[in-house]
Design a protein around this ligand. Structure first.
Ligand code: ADP
Length: 341
């Protein structure tokens, strides 16, 4: 469907380019024809004036045939100019038409790519929404059909539905965040690194405790240029992942390497790690490494890292990752230090 839209848009744009080209060619050809024929006429007039000024000129057969030959040359010259102009115009139209098509295709390419990404995103989001909804629907239908449904079974079903609802809620939160980030911007302000770490600790401590992981934060004092709310969210996503994909008694470290101008923040875990071949894909929306996808104990929708990478981009930076299976992963990004006052 969208392919058809872009095909007809390309054809329309090509026709517009060709129409502009025809107007330009017609304008120049007309003026060039006028200029060239005027030149011919005035050259002929000059010749006539010269002949008339010749002494004792009499109308002889020779003179008449010379004058006729000149008239013929004039008509022939005009025809030649018109023919050449037609040839040049046809060539320009063929070349320009082909060029117009490629230019139209190129102009529409970014829009087509954005359109395709949007369509893929909608399809992925619908797919993610359908799975928990279908699970809930089946459970409710089975419960309703069971005339001997006990109170205990009903409570069990409601609890399971509640889990699906909270999964749907986290998915819709993620989708909303991504939608808000598209084309968004942040205001970078001086923020104390330790105040960001305190906020991250507040939001991740409970989950870390539930999962039996310990988290340590580097104590370096530095002031960075950041939007505190979104950079906290970025770090919470990375620390949440470090906990989620960690080992039972695992350690998560948030480390800092600072120089004069920048601060590098890393989230290091000693968890399950990832294969090298996965590393360039994990920032894609909805991408989950197979082992995480199949695992019930590690819920998620594959949106966390893409949200985090968007936040990094809004800060003019990028999250990089190094990982080794069964050894652990390190996610890092740079922030600019605020100028000392
Ligand atoms: P989610 O965690 O919801 O699946 P993310 O976008 O946060 O989505 O992560 C994408 C994938 O990257 C995860 O499914 C997981 O396979 C992998 N991943 C992310 N962080 C880690 C980590 N610290 N250790 C191992 N794998 C990770």
């Amino acid at each position: 469907m969208h392919l058809q839209i872009f095909k007809s848009a390309t054809v329309k744009l090509t026709l517009v380019y060709i129409a502009i080209l025809i107007c330009i060619c017609a304008f120049f050809s007309f003026n060039w024809y006028r200029f060239a024929t005027n030149e011919l006429n005035s050259a002929l007039r000059r010749q006539s004036a010269l002949i008339e000024r010749l002494p004792n000129i009499e109308e002889t057969d020779v003179l008449r045939s010379v004058l006729e030959a000149r008239e013929d040359r004039l008509v022939e010259g005009k025809r030649n100019i018109a023919r050449q102009l037609l040839g040049v115009n046809i060539l320009l139209l063929v070349l320009g038409g082909t060029g117009s098509y490629f230019m139209a295709k190129r102009s529409l390419e970014p829009i087509e790519l954005a359109h395709k990404a949007q369509a893929r995103f909608t399809a992925d989001a619908s797919h993610e929404l359908r799975t928990p909804l279908a699970a809930m629907q089946t459970e409710i239908e089975v419960a309703l059909r069971d005339s001997n449904l006990t109170k205990q079974a009903a409570i069990g079903m409601l609890k399971s539905n509640l889990e699906e609802v909270s999964r749907l809620q986290s998915l819709s939160d993620g989708l909303l965040r991504l939608a808000r980030q598209d084309g968004g911007s942040v205001t970078l302000m001086p923020v104390a690194l330790q105040s960001i770490f305190a906020a991250v600790q507040d939001r991740t401590a409970k989950y870390a405790q539930q999962q039996g992981r310990s988290i340590t934060f580097d104590q370096t004092a530095a002031t960075v240029l950041a939007d505190k709310v979104s950079i906290t969210e970025l770090l919470v996503n990375l620390v949440d992942n470090a906990i989620k994909y960690g080992r039972p008694d695992g350690k998560v470290r948030v480390t800092v390497a600072a120089d004069q101008a920048t601060v590098q923040i890393s989230v290091v875990d000693d968890g399950i790690g990832m294969a090298e071949s996965e590393l360039h894909k994990i920032f894609d929306r909805f991408y989950r490494v197979d082992s995480s996808r199949s695992s019930q104990v590690r819920p998620g929708h594959g949106l966390g890292l893409s949200i985090a990478q968007n936040i990094a981009a809004l800060h003019g930076t990028q999250i990089t990752v190094a990982s080794k299976i069964a050894v652990g992963s390190t996610f890092s990004f740079l922030l600019q230090r605020a100028a000392k006052t």
